[in-house]
Design a binder for this molecule. Structure first.
Ligand code: F0G
Length: 460
């Protein structure tokens, strides 16, 4: 197969009908939704690229696992199956299931952080940042400068800025740094990968200063694929070996299993060898999530996760998976749509700031583009820009985001190449009338996390 793309390593056994509403209906729906895609009914969406989280299609083996789930309150077989999968893949001693990624953060952050402490990450995902702050600490991002240039084709734009990390540790004092987090892949920078070398260097600094090193592992398998492909030393190393090495450098991880473990709900905490730390994790999990052998999930969910974790690291699957975002990226390049390049693992982050330079940040260019995509073809994407960023909590001024991205996140094993063509064609159409697009103003918003529920109107 020299076609430059990797066709699906599966065939489709069950289908779920989707439909595209008429132009008039879509206009009415988005207006009723207050020009906020989160307020749309999913049924009114044709191609849903809002997120790749919990939206994947499970395999026949996973569905068989669902039927085999052991629903015992304590010590279920499904729990032990999950532990077996986890030890085989990550090589850690201790694992704790939880109901999703942010639940893992809710359990772990108060153990590592408190008032006066800081957390330093290549980039904190929103919920990670929120849990750092809820724990009384401050979150500091320290990504490499290449991440900011969306046109640069640097292979590992998700990396930690190693010199920057050292300076931050020195500046705050190592006793104040409660944790260093490596988010793989780096979602907020555009699904960009982190190299093995960078993980190793970060780990070295953490060891030198005695700081716990944690991986935010939501997209660990996609990251491993990029390492294999882009880091010459790892060309002939298997994904399984890359994953094992990558996790060996950290002390613990949190994971949203809704991404690379291809389940609709689930999360994990892993602790490499620190028994004392794991005691604290268990003690916090019981009141927050439930008994340790189910952690807020049904037995069937544990079973699906045990199987999904293995399917998510299959090389053929990953070739197809990364191939999809790459294909969409190539199609967008043909029509000159700017995006964070190279294409990310789970999504294309369209540079709406560049596509719509006449719309200022406080009129939300990335939101304007997301709305236009719905109006054009019933596609749902979301703003990762100033609209999401919100206001300064003290002055209530609108903050200016570093990026104005419209994210097209691709669910796993759900859409075909033809669906991706619809997305690329819609964006090409929109580009032709880009200068006519207008910004938006907010007519109602809540105090916190406003982008989920705010209502907007177009600026005339
Ligand atoms: N960490 C990263 C890097 C994430 O991308 C997410 C979720 C989480 C943690 C939290 O996990 O949703 O299971 O509680 N990201 C989703 C997204 C929501 O759309 O990017 P969760």
């Amino acid at each position: 197969m020299g076609a430059g793309y990797f066709a699906e390593p599966f065939r489709i056994k069950m289908v779920e009908p989707i439909r595209v509403l008429s132009d008039e209906e879509r206009l009415a729906r988005i207006e009723e939704a207050g020009f906020n895609v989160f307020n749309l009914r999913a049924e009114d969406v044709y191609i849903d690229l809002l997120t790749d989280s919990g939206t994947g299609a499970m395999s026949s083996r996973q569905w068989a696992g669902i039927m085999m789930g052991d629903e015992s309150y304590s010590g279920a077989r499904s729990y032990y199956n999950l532990l077996d999968s986890c030890s085989e893949i990550f090589g850690y001693r201790y694992f704790q299931p939880v109901h999703q990624g942010r639940a893992a953060e809710k359990v772990v952050m108060p153990i590592l952080l408190g008032k006066g402490k800081v957390s330093i990450a290549n980039m904190h995902f929103d919920t990670t940042r929120a849990h750092v702050e809820i724990a009384g600490a401050r979150a500091i991002d320290c990504v490499v400068p290449e991440a900011e240039d969306t046109a640069s084709e640097a292979p590992f734009k998700g990396n930690m800025d190693i010199e920057g990390l050292r300076l931050l540790v020195e500046e705050h004092g190592c006793e104040k740094v409660g944790v260093v987090i490596m988010t793989i892949t780096n979602n907020s920078a555009g699904g960009q990968p982190v190299s093995m070398e960078n993980i190793r260097e970060t780990s070295k600094i953490c060891k030198e200063y005695g700081i716990p090193f944690m991986i935010d592992a939501a997209r660990f398998a996609e990251n491993a694929f990029f390492i294999k492909e882009r880091e010459p030393k790892y060309k002939d190393v298997t994904i399984e070996e890359i994953v094992m090495e990558c996790f060996s450098y950290a002390d613990l991880f949190t994971m949203s299993a809704k991404k690379d473990a291809i389940v609709n709900i689930g999360g994990l905490i892993g602790v490499r060898e620190d028994a004392g730390l794991f005691e604290k994790v268990k003690a916090a999990t019981i009141p927050l999530e439930g008994f340790i052998s189910y952690g807020g999930l049904a037995g069937r969910d544990l079973e699906a996760m045990a199987i999904g974790l293995k399917e998510g690291i299959d090389l053929e699957y990953l070739r197809y998976r990364i191939g999809q975002s790459r294909y969409l990226g190539e199609r967008l390049k043909e029509s000159g749509i700017p995006f964070q390049s190279p294409a990310g693992g789970h999504a294309i982050f369209v540079d709406a700031g560049k596509l719509l330079p006449h719309i200022p940040y406080n009129e939300f260019p990335a939101q304007a583009l997301a709305i236009e995509l719905y109006k054009e073809a019933g596609i749902r994407a979301c703003d990762i820009g100033s609209f999401m960023m919100g206001r300064d909590p003290d002055t209530r001024e609108q903050l200016k985001s570093q990026f104005e991205f419209t994210r097209l996140a691709i669910p796993r094993r759900v859409y075909t190449q033809s669906h991706l063509d619809v997305v690329a064609d819609a964006l090409a159409e929109i580009k032709k009338r880009a200068e006519n697009l207008r910004g938006y103003r907010i007519t109602w918003e809540p105090e916190v996390l406003r982008h989920f529920t705010a209502r907007l109107e177009p600026i005339k």
